[in-house]
Design a binder for this molecule. Structure first.
Ligand SMILES: [Zn+2]
Ligand SMILES: [Zn+2]
Length: 355
């Protein structure tokens, strides 16, 4: 028996699953892995990644999901058992998957806006922080892929966040000769930066807070970093692009101040992508004169469609991005409390949680 088979046997005997019991409290519980039904896959998790959504949910719950609930939605693993009628995957296959998939038959799906399908968010797979996970049939059918052997499980688990980035960038349509400013130096900001650089965009600038984050952005290949807290930040951004300011601004903080800032910093005739969702009840104020006479284009892409997931898969499989560099810490499943402490302190971009 190989080491991997031995590990699988142990995990199969006493599988554990992290449950968010209430805000701030995670419990590692034993649970009996269900047998996969028709179209489903039982997978052994090899890696789950921490995500900003996890941190928000950990702090204050989530309007869409009821606690207690299994936790974690960015993952990759190996098929343990395939349900009836699954032909694309078999036991032993390494796989990567997005945690959601659309229904394919509703109004939005019929209009090519599968990101707005009720199923896309409402039937999200939770439970990536675990030994085992049951992947439902709608996800297996549309948003699961065989992981290429040379792609690390850690990088494969970036499929979901990268799908969101791909969707946004398809709307934004950055040109190679443009200057793009990304507001927010977290994992999403840096994923945007990596995708833009891989697409050959000339100048990608990260505006972020804190020397450590900005150092990561520089190391990962940002053409320039600007400290949002410095007194010169506004002037520095205005001086970009030969003094015209950025052609495209991508907002990745999910704070209204960031949205307001993105709107203020973009050049005349430029585009703004509001990527980070803000808290409910917040509002953006737009100067109609500037909006019209400066000919601004504002976009607010949400979630992703199957075609975005496929494109994200191709980017990861082609090793086009070095996206794995975003993952800058590793912990075991039993150390989730520490993982969330690190996320709270902002001392990690994305943490790999290895069962
Ligand atoms: Zn996520
Ligand atoms: Zn639908």
């Amino acid at each position: 028996m190989s080491a991997a088979e031995a590990a699988l046997k142990i995990a199969a005997a006493h599988p554990r699953q992290a449950v968010l019991v209430e805000p701030g409290r995670i419990e590692l519980r034993e649970y009996v892995a269900p047998r996969p039904g028709p179209g489903e896959l039982l997978i052994q998790i090899r890696c789950a990644l921490s995500c900003g959504t996890d941190l928000k949910t950990f702090r204050r719950g989530h309007p869409m999901w009821k606690l207690p609930m299994p936790f974690g939605h960015e993952f990759s693993g190996v098929v343990v058992e395939a349900g009836a009628s699954v032909t694309a995957f078999k036991p032993g296959d390494a796989i990567m998957a997005a945690p959601t998939a659309p229904c394919g038959i509703c109004f939005y799906c019929q209009h090519g806006q599968e990101n707005l399908c009720d199923d896309a968010i409402g039937r999200m797979v939770h439970g990536g922080y675990a030994d085992m996970l049951l992947l439902p049939a709608h996800v297996v059918a549309r948003n699961a892929f065989i992981k290429p052997p040379d792609l690390p499980f850690e990088e494969a688990a970036l499929l979901e966040p990268l799908s969101c980035v791909v969707h946004a960038q398809e709307m934004a349509r950055a040109e190679k000769n443009e200057t793009v400013v990304i507001i927010g130096g977290g994992a999403f900001g840096l994923l945007h930066m990596l995708a833009l650089k891989a697409a050959g965009v000339r100048e990608v600038v990260i505006v972020g807070r804190g020397a450590e984050r900005l150092k990561w952005a520089t190391e990962l290949g940002a053409d320039r970093v600007i400290d949002a807290r410095s007194v010169d930040a506004v002037a520095e951004i205005a001086s970009l692009n030969g003094g015209f300011g950025p052609d495209l601004v991508i907002e990745c903080t999910g704070e209204v101040e960031g949205w307001q800032d993105a709107l203020a910093r973009v050049r005349r005739g430029g585009r703004v992508v509001f990527f980070g969702g803000c808290a409910a009840g917040t509002a953006l104020s737009v100067d109609t004169r500037r909006m019209h006479y400066d000919n601004l284009t504002l976009m607010a892409p949400f979630h992703y469609r199957p075609r975005d997931v496929r494109r994200a898969y191709e980017l990861l499989a082609g090793r086009a991005l070095n996206a794995g560099a975003i993952v800058n810490a590793r912990r075991r499943l039993g150390d989730l409390d520490e993982v969330f402490e690190m996320l709270e302190r902002g001392t990690v971009l994305k943490c790999a949680v290895i069962p």
